[in-house]
Unconditional design. Sequence first.
Length: 333
Amino acid sequence: MKNRMQFSDYIVSYALQMLNGCLLRLHDGPLSMHSATAAVRDDPSEVEIGKDLKLIAGNAEKLLSLWQLVQWSVGKLQYRQAQKRLQEILGLVAPAAQLESRGAAQLLQIGDEKACRAVAKAMQVLAVGETQRRFSRGSYDRLNSLLQEESASWRDYTALRQIPDAQIIDHGAGRAYARGQSLLAALAVAATGAAERGGRPPGLKRLRRAQRWVRHTLNHLELLRPALSESGKARRWHLERLSLKLDAQLELECFSRAVEAMSLKVKTQKRLADVVEQRRKRINKQRHKLCLGAYASTAETFVAEVESAVAELGLQTITLLQTPTKIKELSAD
């Protein structure tokens, strides 16, 4: 079936390609063969399973960003339903390692011998509270159901096809860019103030909000990657690394808060606080440099760049993807 392609058609096709890929991995890959295992870390195919879970998690994040592009046009109800569905998918396939443990691992790379011993003690405390992530048959069935629901929501997209390109670009991509730019500026002010006054660094809620909007813009540019200008490619490069730095900072702050709740010796607490602050200053400096490349332009300039990229895509026609027969059969079981 062929129709005249608008930007919304391209978005839907992009979403369906990701979802078909996820469903095929789920039905044909190691997740299908080992869905009844007791724990992922005990399975001989742990590495393969981890790769598939990571792919599905990454695609779920991208789908959240696609819904943000059309949020203004589809309305709150449909957007919130999609958001809830995708957040549940992320909960099912999220990496087993806790944020606190990944934050601790960062410190092992920069601390001296005594600091590393202190970090190791904290990691032992964390390990006691961590539980194995289980991917049971129930998890497999629920993930399959959620992916099927998400796919159906994009296939029944009559309303989506009626969204003008300008609305998607202005209220979707432009809004995400402006929000990220504003939140990162506020984050920088808060971090500087905390450093000068010796106060508490920006909270986890503020970090997560900035992380979410940076990731939206990164995913929007990934959608347009084949048509990005040189400046667009450079911006995407900076956004990708900025997103990773925000991930690292969130992990670090989670570890820092976990340490505060531990019953450790005062000397150990002091060593941990010092090495956390050392790492925090480094991340703040790197984040500032990356922001200059990611958000140097105004929102208006960014919108114009997106408009040019959409035009450069040369959208003509689109073939609406059909659900693979095998997936239809499995979903009917």
